[in-house]
Write a protein that binds this ligand. Structure first.
Ligand code: WTA
Length: 652
């Protein structure tokens, strides 16, 4: 791997880069590593706006960390209000494109007004610091507005991706014990309406804890409102204007003084069991690291137009559409719909029209666009671009080269950014212009991030050896807990290597110290850069009356990186396998969301198990990857099962 192609930063970009050269960068890194807490504390004092200063950088009672102890701060104030005082009032904060072609440009002044008014609405309904709000919305400006309004009041938000089903939504509302849901009638995707409110109604069916549902009107389709519980967003806002004094006060709804460690949000992500984990992020540390990575990794300038194509329902959208760029006072492009609507030129048309200078997307999106040919990007002027980013999964060198040549015209560095929902912000990525690039490597850990690669005993492995990726020292935007389940937090992340954070990823380091992230070592799959749990899909499948047992594995896929493959055994009965295959795919769509549907369902008479009855997914993974089984199978209960599964594959 160390002999892979290296792109030196000897370009125009490097001349003006904020971090000048590798030796300057190494100096920053060494300074940070010598005392990470002090390093971050200096940045926190300088880069964030505090209502009251903190008195201790870090209180570390492994595995529980408190950053910037004693400080009072507000995330919304840092993302909005302070920019009005810094001369950015008329600067566009959000440039929004609806899928059908509608558009809105919202300046920081206007954002302040919209957020303040919606915060007043929440306050008038009786919501206060510490309450939980679930947000289930399409990609419209009201989504970040709702998040920021919650943050302004200290209401803990939990955004649920609009692609999740009513079942998945309900599980999250219940786990959080949320008292309000903020949603919309629907949104647009590939020219069709994706309805949201009916899913909320199903989810809330017999949940009594939710007192209010606020519905933003996006598509205008017929929507039922339940009396006393459901309200149109615009009606609640209109009530503010009934009294001039209320309307005026609403324009300046005060941002609350909150503790540095006040919970900012909970975001559910897939883990190794059937139940998603509520990843808890808190205020000051999260904000600091999302902000610093905007500067270090994206080399952000005041004049940049920053576009991250993720959905805000995932962590990438939280950190790099909302909190990071807005804390930095950036102009953010936000797009509602699909990359292939009305055609495969949509991304490039938006880049051209909005003069996007920094573009951040996933390898899956890049591979899907490569397949459509170069004529789509070539039809647009992409000269505004100066930096490209990649996130969510390893980027294969072929996709990297295409991105570099066809989109970046060999002018734009590519920042391959490794991080997780749990890390809150980017952890391993190049400082562009300073760090030479190698396609497929996220390069070096950022300043203040002490990443390492260890074996199963926790001992560091040598160069060019595969091992577990861990982080040794706490960092500001780290997950603070699993909502309602501290035991799981400790077991999942802090028990494998005492005192260190266990990422669940395998990695290798080359002779230049570059990190190559190889993929998950647990039962988590990565499909289109979305995290899916094998167990979650299995438990959905076994709910179906025909299914006796199910085992799910990820199989390599040319575009989406991995695809879901389910091995299923059936209960006694007269089932039509052909029909059932389709039905089970739909079933998973209903239980979790369409994005989790298995690409392939294989019916089998038995599943490989250990003597203690555990399904050996490793063997199934081998079958779908290499089409053969080579590993140690001595613990198998029924060896003929494997022979049958492999033979079945050979017949296909
Ligand atoms: C994978 C998304 C290789 C990894 C921000 C991680 C990556 C999981 C990269 C987290 C990358 C993310 N190179 N693998 N640049 N970025 N991953 O929580 O397996 O949705 O553990 O966070 O995605 O996914 P999550």
């Amino acid at each position: 791997m160390s002999d892979s192609k290296v792109y030196s930063p000897g370009s125009e970009f490097a001349k003006n880069a904020q971090i000048q050269g590798m030796s300057a960068y190494r100096e920053i890194q060494e300074h940070a590593a010598s005392d990470p807490a002090k390093f971050w504390a200096e940045l926190a004092s300088r880069e964030l706006t505090w209502f009251e200063p903190f008195h201790q950088p870090l209180d570390w009672q492994p595995p529980f960390a408190k950053w910037f102890v004693g400080g009072k701060i507000n995330a919304c104030y840092n993302c909005v209000d302070r920019h009005l005082l810094a001369g950015r009032a008329d600067k566009p904060a959000l440039i929004w494109e609806g899928e059908p072609g509608d558009e809105r440009v919202i300046t920081y002044r206007e954002l302040h007004r919209l957020v303040s008014r919606f915060a007043t609405v929440l306050q008038n309904l009786g919501y206060k610091t510490g309450d939980r709000a679930v947000i289930y919305m399409p990609m419209v400006p009201e989504l970040p507005i709702a998040m920021l309004a919650c943050a302004r009041l200290g209401i803990i938000h939990s955004v649920v991706f609009g692609g999740f089903s009513a079942e998945a939504l309900r599980a999250r509302i219940e786990d959080l014990d949320a008292s309000i849901v903020i949603t919309a009638d629907g949104g647009w995707r590939r020219g069709k309406e994706v309805r949201l409110k009916p899913a909320v109604d199903t989810a809330l069916h017999d949940l009594l804890g939710v007192k209010h549902v606020i519905v933003y009107r996006r598509t205008g389709s017929a929507t039922e409102l339940k009396d006393g519980r459901d309200f149109w967003w615009h009606d609640l806002e209109r009530h503010l204007d009934d009294h001039a004094s209320v309307a005026q006060a609403a324009e300046h709804c005060e941002a609350k003084d909150l503790d540095s460690e006040h919970p900012l949000y909970v975001l559910y992500t897939s883990g190794t069991t059937g139940k998603p984990k509520g990843i808890l992020h808190t205020t000051a540390g999260y904000l600091l690291q999302t902000l610093m990575t905007m500067k270090w990794v994206f080399d952000l300038r005041d004049e940049d137009i920053f576009w991250c194509t993720a959905d805000i329902g995932w962590v990438t959208g939280h950190s790099y559409i909302v909190y990071g760029p807005l804390a930095a006072g950036a102009t953010v492009v936000m797009y509602e719909g699909a990359p292939d609507y009305p055609d495969f030129g949509r991304f490039w048309q938006i880049v051209e029209k909005r003069k996007v200078s920094i573009f951040y997307t996933s390898p899956t999106a890049i591979r899907a666009l490569i397949r459509q040919g170069d004529r789509w990007p070539e039809a647009h002027d992409l000269s505004s671009l100066r930096l490209l980013g990649s996130v969510g999964e390893p980027i294969n060198p072929a996709a990297w080269e295409w991105y570099h040549n066809v989109i970046g015209k060999q002018r734009c560095p590519i920042v391959d950014t490794w991080w997780q929902t749990e890390t809150g912000s980017i952890m391993i990525a190049p400082a562009p212009g300073a760090v030479p690039l190698k396609p497929g490597s996220a390069t070096l850990p950022l300043p203040g991030i002490l990443a390492d690669i260890v074996d199963s005993k926790g001992e560091p492995v040598g160069n060019n050896r595969e091992g577990y990726l861990i982080v040794r020292h706490p960092w500001p935007s780290m997950v603070r807990n699993v909502w309602g389940d501290p035991k799981r937090f400790v077991e999942q992340y802090w028990s494998r290597v005492p005192g260190s954070y266990f990422t669940g990823d395998a990695a290798r380091r080359d002779d230049d110290g570059y990190f190559w992230v190889l993929g998950r070592v647990d039962d988590v799959m990565n499909v289109s850069g979305h995290r899916l749990s094998t167990m979650e899909i299995e438990s959905a499948l076994v709910h179906h009356p025909a299914v006796a047992e199910a085992a799910v594995v990820g199989k390599p896929h040319e575009i989406t990186g991995q695809a879901v493959c389910a091995f299923v055994t059936l209960k006694q009965g007269d089932w039509s396998r052909e029909k059932l295959g389709d039905e089970l795919r739909q079933w998973v769509g209903r239980e979790i969301g369409a994005f989790a549907r298995p690409e392939e369902i294989r019916f089998t008479d038995g599943l490989p198990k250990t003597r203690s009855g555990k399904i050996m997914r490793r063997l199934l993974r081998e079958i779908v990857t290499t089409h053969a089984v080579t590993g140690d199978v001595t613990t198998l209960e029924d060896l003929t099962v494997i022979a049958k599964l492999s033979a079945q594959h050979d017949e296909e």
